[in-house]
Design a protein around this ligand. Structure first.
Ligand SMILES: Nc1nc2c(ncn2[C@@H]2O[C@H](COP(=O)(O)OP(=O)(O)OP(=O)(O)O)[C@@H](O)[C@H]2O)c(=O)[nH]1
Ligand SMILES: [Mg+2]
Length: 256
């Protein structure tokens, strides 16, 4: 297994090709937070199995591309920032323009797994940009917002889109985000579970605000992808569904 190096910088942004407003040319920005620095600028979507290299940084053994998708405002950017930096982006909502990415290396059973995580814009006008990135994604985290029924109702449309543009064997997980907002909740946990079961998806409720199940979601993805690529013959098959069911925590002390 070859050892590779990750670039030192945190991540980068890719101008959203034709769909970006001409005046902007690229990046989403959020006051009060560190914007991802530009990494080795990818020329279009990164190639699977060919992680971008450059500069010095952490070593990794295998690299995968993970995409965050879902309606605008469900918390994709916040989920990524929580996972990458352990912080929550409170305050004014600044919608992502185009697509951003951040890297994080996780140790999974002694293997260093680099996740290159692509944060897509949920707004309809950027949809064609996102389509171009699906085909290289190894895993997709599909989010809805438990305080926004429309974002839940749109999950089926997202699944149709995923079916059309993503690889057949893409690892897919459904996440119901913002479970800290108990007063505003309009989508019950059981509804999320039912939908996930219908489509055979692993499911968890998360909170980018409190961090609930955020690391777990990415770790589960990393474990599944690592298992697929470097499974030793003696190793028992990693069961993604069982893992998230077993390890996932409820929004409060107890499962509602
Ligand atoms: N209470 C609560 N608010 C959250 C959570 N996650 C995100 N938010 C808030 O929801 C709003 C939208 O979050 P973003 O992460 O920017 O949403 P997004 O999915 O990236 O939206 P687009 O970039 O437009 O696709 C922001 O005001 C966040 O502060 C969460 O877990 N709990
Ligand atoms: Mg965003």
């Amino acid at each position: 297994m070859s050892r590779k190096k990750t670039p030192k910088s945190k991540g980068g942004s890719v101008p959203a090709a034709s769909a970006l407003p001409a005046t902007n040319g690229s990046l989403s920005a959020r006051p009060g937070t560190t914007r991802p620095g530009r990494e080795t600028p990818p020329n279009g979507p990164p190639q699977s199995g060919r992680p971008s290299l450059g500069g010095s940084g952490d070593f990794y053994d295998v690299a995968f591309k993970v995409m965050l998708v879902g309606d605008s405002g469900v918390g994709k950017t916040c989920l990524l920032v929580r996972f990458k930096d352990g912080a929550f982006l409170a305050g004014t909502f600044i919608s992502t323009v185009g697509i951003d990415f951040r890297n994080k290396v996780l140790e999974v059973d002694g293997v260093k797994v680099k996740l290159q995580i692509w944060d897509t814009a949920g707004q309809e006008r950027f949809r064609s940009v996102t389509h171009a990135y699906y085909r290289d994604a190894h895993a997709l985290l599909l989010l809805y917002d438990v305080t926004n029924k429309a974002s839940f109702d749109n999950i089926q449309a997202w699944l149709t889109e995923i079916q059309e543009y993503a690889q057949r064997d893409v690892v897919l997980m459904l996440l119901g985000n913002k479970v800290d907002s108990t007063q505003e909740r309009v989508v019950k946990r059981e509804d999320g579970e039912k939908l996930a079961k219908e489509y055979g998806l692993p499911f968890m409720e998360t909170s980018a605000k409190t961090g609930l199940n955020v690391d777990l979601a990415f770790t589960a993805i990393a474990k599944e992808l690592k298992q697929r690529s470097v499974k030793a013959p003696s190793e028992p098959r990693f069961q993604l569904h069982d893992y998230v069911k077993r390890e996932g925590q409820g929004a409060s002390c107890c499962r509602p």
